[in-house]
Design a protein around this ligand. Structure first.
Ligand SMILES: [Zn+2]
Length: 72
């Protein structure tokens, strides 16, 4: 038992599948001031992002961030 902040298993609100919210991802979120857990798995998150931002100019940066949040 350290600080109790290990990886969390979350349920995707879109597809209902379990996905892992890793310690790295939690730190990544904390650095950006996000206080809520992610609601979507990687797959649904990418679809959501794409729907929100049709232009793909920022996809490279997003991809790096996605790898930090959702390591395979
Ligand atoms: Zn999903």
């Amino acid at each position: 038992m350290d600080c109790g902040c290990g990886p969390k298993i979350l349920i995707c609100v879109e597809c209902g599948q379990e996905f892992v919210f890793t310690v790295n991802a939690q730190e990544y979120f904390a650095e950006r001031g996000y206080t809520e857990d992610p609601k979507r798995c990687k797959h649904c998150y990418m679809i959501h992002k794409r729907d929100k931002r049709p232009n793909s100019t920022s996809m490279e940066a997003e991809k790096v961030n996605l790898d930090a949040i959702y390591p395979e």
